[in-house]
Design a binder for this molecule. Sequence first.
Ligand SMILES: Cc1cc2nc3c(=O)[nH]c(=O)nc-3n(C[C@H](O)[C@H](O)[C@H](O)COP(=O)(O)OP(=O)(O)OC[C@H]3O[C@@H](n4cnc5c(N)ncnc54)[C@H](O)[C@@H]3O)c2cc1C
Length: 395
Amino acid sequence: MGKLDTFRQETRTWLEENCPDGAKGSGQIPFGSRSVELEPDVRLWLERMAGRGWTVPTWPKEYGGAELDRDEYKILIEELKRVGARTPLTGRGVNYIGPTILEFGTPEQKARWLPICAQGKGGWAMGYSEPGAGSDLASLSTQAVKQGDNYIINGRKTWTSDAVDCDYIFALVRTSPEKPKHDGISLVLIDMHQQGVQINPIRLISGSSPFCETLFEDAIVPTDDLIGGIDRGWTVGKRLLQFERSTHAGINISGSQGGRTEKSRMPELVKKYVGVEDGKIADNNMRNRLIQHEMNNQVQGITQRRALAELRSRAPGFTSSVVKLSNALNVQDGDELAIAAMGQQGFRWDTEGGASQKEVNTLKRWLYQKSLTIAGGTKEVQLNIIAKRVLGLPD
Ligand SMILES: Cc1cc2nc3c(=O)[nH]c(=O)nc-3n(C[C@H](O)[C@H](O)[C@H](O)COP(=O)(O)OP(=O)(O)OC[C@H]3O[C@@H](n4cnc5c(N)ncnc54)[C@H](O)[C@@H]3O)c2cc1C
């Protein structure tokens, strides 16, 4: 038996013996945090997976990973899905800040922070955007002033997704206001459970939302928790954005990501609402839209697989912008198609009046996924990056 067959066999046996029924389900293993208590079986599964290094399968063993190569990683995901087990951790801890610390952290920082990420001990928020700094991120003004062994942080971050449930936030802050704007920024890790951090949930027109604003008023960060060197935050922070974009694109192999695997739900949906005549979808226009969408979907899957096959690190560089953008546009196109196929049935805000929960969810998904071309850098910002960094066009 070859090495990969042996790995598959051992993995299968271990999973069958160790995955508690109560922890099975779709999606990834959730992380715990000081404000999110996990179900006992889910906690046990998280601990068992972390014990094998399978919450972050490709990370080095000394930091909580299993050092799986790409082929083993793929087998692990297939076997997890085969037994209906949740796949490895995902989220800003293992997918964004973890790989960034792996690349830029000191040995001490790696030893301190990476096991926290790998064991799913604590959620992470992302403190980049500010009221005056979104696409033009380098205009950020949150200040970090050194005082002895600490930085004192003052400022305001906005759109900090999930901050109310997080224990830590990685934030870009201004450490040298006198330098040109890209040169005076650093990346720091902030414990959110301290007096100087205030989190205000932002209520959107659709009701509750994961968004918050996070205010720092004399919050304290030990100087040891500045990642990648003083005033090097622009370089470090941009690499973190590549990890974020790769995660959105399904091509970050730190945690659970790794290419599209679900079957498209679109043919069945369109057939159901538009109807079938003579074995064909009854409306020419909808038939053509569906064919185009399915072709794009296939191309997207192939592009993801090619990007994964070419990976030399946990996530690619500027390619992440290409795949993130094409993925977002393709997903949004699918949502538009679903809403168009459903007609009036696609515009029901709740189940009163005869809509099913699935139909209501489709509408909400269509609205929510508009954010895919904003979050992690807007569509226009990705196009700028592709033009300059991938195609080499002049500024
Ligand atoms: C679902 C979601 C989750 C998010 N989560 C987080 C989070 O956890 N942490 C965090 O820090 N941020 C988060 N954000 C914020 C996100 O990063 C910003 O919204 C995004 O970077 C755009 O910034 P902005 O909203 O200030 O828009 P702006 O930068 O003001 O852009 C407004 C418009 O101008 C266009 N534009 C701006 N500059 C250019 C240019 N140079 N060329 C062409 N067009 C341009 C943009 O494309 C956009 O259409 C989240 C956003 C969303 C939607």
